[in-house]
Design a protein around this ligand. Structure first.
Ligand code: XMP
Length: 479
């Protein structure tokens, strides 16, 4: 047995010492950072791969605001692939493979496809593969008879354009013909893409959006370390996942190292995030295995009980400082995962050396998280639950078609997470605006013009319980 000499600290143990600042306007400060070696973000925030936090809706919102979402893995491979596809389809200048049906299909067929893919416009082809019509959600709105042929309800005389049409040309054509969808065709008249007015407007509305090289929103996907997970990785990458997060509670393990090596070998260009670890040695092991970023956090999460159940973990600020100390000089970004409750915690995590933070419960309360909004004692709330909680695992079994949990499994299950109510917090966009605003203020107090400078210039001071009490509203009744 040995005891480490230094006291381990977390966010509430410290404050950033204010420094002389020449920042003229804090709101203009860049919060650009890196998720992995190759993926840049305008906002250093990642939504957690939890089943009460990130599915496609959250991932879309996160990417639009300059962050990124990681789709959780508590679902079948097909379902996870579908979630990735939804993000990829949500917005891009050109939809590469627009969905097509033929004149022989029925209204019922179109409705099914629209429902499954959230696609608002289906191109209709004749027997020779030429576009002869288009069906939009508006055409379907009041259509009751599902057995009708699409040819009876489709809009004919579709305006098309060549496949190399530019954004500016597309805008002009859409405006001139007062249409919202512009199919692109190749020299033989075959469908080669689709431009929609909605997508063009989105590009202007979300200038900070995180995009892939084809202009689609970026998204990550979580996998585990079991035998079938390499197959999952393959399918997720095929669907367009921009990074793979190998996510297990104790990432400093043989299984994690082996799967990272296997992913690196089989999918050489994949961006791999490994985790979770809480030590410098664990960080180095994942880097050596081939990780492009390392996720740090054992037990700090709001819904975690790992430290209570297993007695293991490292207070998060110390964990981030130690892991970043080895990763940063090698150009490997650190993701501080768990325990961020305020924008102040976000600033401290980045100052400690993280390049991004991962948020669970803060985002679980927003509109875009999966799950219903409920009311209890006059307050609105949503649910956040640990992925190692009994409830999450019961839900996973049902979702993956493994049936209900048995009495025996129930009695054997050792939970390392809880299910909790979190206050409703409006939209993810509002939440991110507050967090980024707080981060920019923190950067201004430390005279940091970039996220990197925040780390370089940061000076932490430790504080006592009394100091912490002084930091919060006190001796007043907060309204
Ligand atoms: P916050 O504090 O943002 O933390 O809600 C989210 C992170 O918590 C981790 N997580 C868990 N940790 N048992 C744990 O010990 C669990 O059941 C569990 N579920 C999630 C995870 O790292 C997440 O990003």
């Amino acid at each position: 047995m040995k005891i480490l000499p230094d006291l381990a600290l977390t966010y509430d143990d410290v404050l950033l010492v204010p420094q002389y600042s020449d920042v003229p306007s804090r709101r203009k400060l860049s919060t650009q950072t890196k998720l992995t070696q190759k993926i840049a973000l305008q906002a250093p925030i990642v939504s957690a791969n939890m089943d009460t936090v990130t599915e496609s809706e959250m991932a879309i919102a996160m990417a639009r605001e300059g962050g990124i979402g990681i789709i959780h893995r508590f679902m079948s491979i097909d379902d996870q692939v579908r979630e990735i596809a939804r993000v990829k389809k949500a917005e891009s200048f050109v939809v590469d493979n627009p969905i097509t049906l033929t004149v022989a299909h029925t209204v019922g067929d179109v409705k099914k496809i629209v429902e499954e893919t959230y696609t608002g416009g289906i191109l209709i082809l004749d027997e020779k593969g030429q576009i002869v019509g288009i069906v939009t959600t508006r055409d379907l709105l009041f259509e009751q008879d599902d057995s009708k042929l699409v040819s009876e309800i489709m809009t004919r005389d579709v305006v098309t354009a060549p496949r190399d049409t530019s954004l500016e040309q597309a805008e002009k054509i859409l405006h001139k013909h007062r249409v919202e969808k512009l199919p692109l065709v190749d020299s033989k008249g075959k469908v080669a893409g689709l431009i929609t007015l909605k997508d063009i407007m989105k590009i202007a509305e979300f200038p900070k959006a995180t995009k892939d090289e084809r202009g689609r929103l970026a998204v990550g996907a979580a996998v585990g370390v079991k035998a079938g997970d390499l197959k999952r990785v393959e399918k997720l990458l095929e669907a367009g996942a921009d990074c793979i997060v190998v996510d297990i509670a104790h990432g400093d393990s043989q299984l994690e190292v082996e799967i990272i090596k296997a992913i690196r070998k089989n999918f050489t260009s994949a961006q791999i995030i490994g985790g979770n670890v809480a030590t410098a040695e664990g960080t180095q092991r994942l880097i050596d295995a081939g990780a492009d970023a390392v996720k740090v956090g054992v037990g700090p999460g709001s819904i975690c009980i790992t430290r209570i159940v297993a007695g293991a973990g490292v207070p998060q600020l110390t964990a981030v400082i130690n892991c970043a100390a080895v990763a940063r000089p090698q150009g490997i970004p650190i993701i501080a995962d768990g325990g961020v409750r305020t924008s102040g915690d976000l600033v401290k995590a980045l100052a400690a050396g993280a390049s991004t933070v991962m948020l669970g419960s803060l985002l679980a309360g927003t509109d875009e998280s999966p799950g219903l909004l409920m009311t209890r004692k006059g307050h609105r709330y949503k649910v956040s639950r640990g992925m190692a909680s009994l409830q999450a695992n019961v839900a996973r079994k049902v979702r993956e078609g493994e049936g209900e949990i048995t009495q025996e499994e129930l009695e054997d299950y050792v939970s390392e997470g809880v299910e909790a109510a979190v206050p409703y917090r409006g939209s993810a966009r509002e939440m991110l605006t507050q967090l980024i605003g707080g981060l920019q203020s923190g950067m201004s107090y430390t005279n940091a013009h970039t996220v990197d400078e925040l780390h370089e210039k940061a000076v932490f001071t430790r504080m006592t319980e009394v100091g912490l009490r002084e930091s919060r509203p006190h001796d007043v009744e907060v309204m």
